[in-house]
Design a protein around this ligand. Structure first.
Ligand code: SF4
Length: 232
């Protein structure tokens, strides 16, 4: 971990203030992430949560949510997923983009679960990331939502928003995960992902963040820099 991620009192305070404030925002309270929707609709099914995460890579949550009800019967278990013919799976996933790669990953992950984990999704980070195709973000999401393990899952939204605000100062999502876990009080870990992801999808957009609408203005490094040095 770089020195810039060393957690100071100030940074700890900032992180906890930001997460607390985000939690209180109406749009955050009224919105669901893709995985929260999956849990609400299908229960805490570790395999469905895992597949939803795999499908959401480089796709919008809304796209995955749209096709998910139509594919559940084909991917409800690892056995069903590998029994579904490749072409059929690719057709089902076509609208997501990268459908060939996603179909391949769903099948290979299912195969590993059958061969090495008795067809069950494992419940440790080490085991999850040992499976080809499962990264730390997906593993942390599965741990949190399927098994209730306190973790901080970091995707591109959480990485961008937390760096813009100044909660962390990191160049990779892995560094951001470590930094957030060391700065944010453990009692908030279960909401860090949802708060930062939803804020990143709705307000702190990648190209043109809606700073004028943002409740975090007074805390945000990016905003104070832009204010001081506006584009001419
Ligand atoms: S003030 Fe702007 S840059 Fe900062 S968190 Fe809000 S939207 Fe993002």
């Amino acid at each position: 971990m770089s020195n810039t991620n060393t957690c100071t009192c100030q940074r700890t305070q900032l992180c906890n203030q930001v997460i607390k404030l985000l939690q209180e925002q109406k749009n955050i309270q009224q919105s669901k992430t893709l995985i929260e929707w999956v849990v609400d609709t299908y229960g805490k099914d570790p395999f469905l949560i895992l597949v939803a995460c795999l499908l959401s890579l480089r796709a919008r949550d809304s796209q995955v949510q749209k096709i998910f009800p139509g594919i559940v019967s084909y991917i409800r278990t690892p056995q069903l997923a590998i029994q579904t013919p490749v072409l059929q799976l690719e057709t089902l996933l076509y609208s997501l983009g990268f459908y060939k790669a996603k179909s391949k990953t769903v099948r290979s992950v299912s195969r590993e679960l059958i061969d090495f984990f008795d067809s069950q999704v494992p419940c440790t980070l080490e085991e999850l990331v040992s499976i080809k195709g499962i990264g730390r973000k997906t593993a942390n999401i599965v741990l949190q939502y399927a098994f209730g393990v306190p973790t901080v899952a970091v995707d591109v939204h959480a990485h961008r928003v937390s760096n813009r605000i100044g909660m962390v100062c990191s160049t990779t999502v892995e560094q951001t995960e470590v930094a957030l876990m060391s700065c944010v009080d453990k009692k908030w870990w279960h909401v860090v992902n949802r708060c930062l992801v939803l804020w990143g999808q709705q307000i702190c957009l990648p190209r043109s963040p809606h700073c004028s609408l943002c409740a975090l203005k007074k805390y945000c490094c990016y905003y104070s820099t832009v204010q001081k040095h506006p584009k001419k």
